[in-house]
Design a binder for this molecule. Sequence first.
Ligand code: ATP
Length: 212
Amino acid sequence: MNKKIAIYGGTFSPPHVGHLHAASAFLRQESPDMLYVIPANIPPHKKIISRDNPQLRLRMTELAFSTLEGYGDSIVVSDFELRQGGPSYSIYTIEHFAKESPNLSMLCGTDMMLSLDTWYRAEDIFRLADIVYIRREKEVGMTEKLIEKCRFYREKYNARIRHIDVEPLVVSSEQLRARLSAGEDCSAFIPEPVLDFIRQNNLYGYKRIDDR
Ligand code: ATP
């Protein structure tokens, strides 16, 4: 029997409780043999901060996911996209992991799910991976938009799409970068070892209380 594996890509700048919430809800619902969490080297669909350092994002992602307990060895932070270098087009990652097992899913949030058809080689992404998405916004009307988009993906790409039915946890890295640079408390949203790392490396314009 083929192993059931999954990938969860992102920028993770910084990783936050929304990412952990998504991964643990995914693990509970889907019970894969392995979930690979994969920080992008250069994310093609996102603006990145000017002094971005993929190695530091990888380290923060490792620290963040090390705080998730109860999933044994079924979750691994992978440096695959960093080792590839250049812009991290998901299809290359999917092709790589599909060789490990054709029973492959990709976890993403609604923002990514809604834009998947604009991604490089979208038809191959849908062919090689099941898409499992999790809500991250509370906006009214979002559901209709999502249902419509899923219908479109199924019709156009024969997509296999599943939804993780949990309460959304509304938080984003962008908000947290702003809060960190303003010196606000982020301990409810960023795991403690990641916050320590941010402080030690003075990331995101983090201000020490006594510097202000
Ligand atoms: P930014 O605010 O910089 O755009 P982000 O918070 O969206 O970053 P990413 O690292 O880009 O974080 O996200 C990686 C993946 O995790 C994406 O599929 C995204 O949709 C998903 N994700 C991010 N935040 C949440 C959340 N709060 N709940 C569920 N999924 C999330």
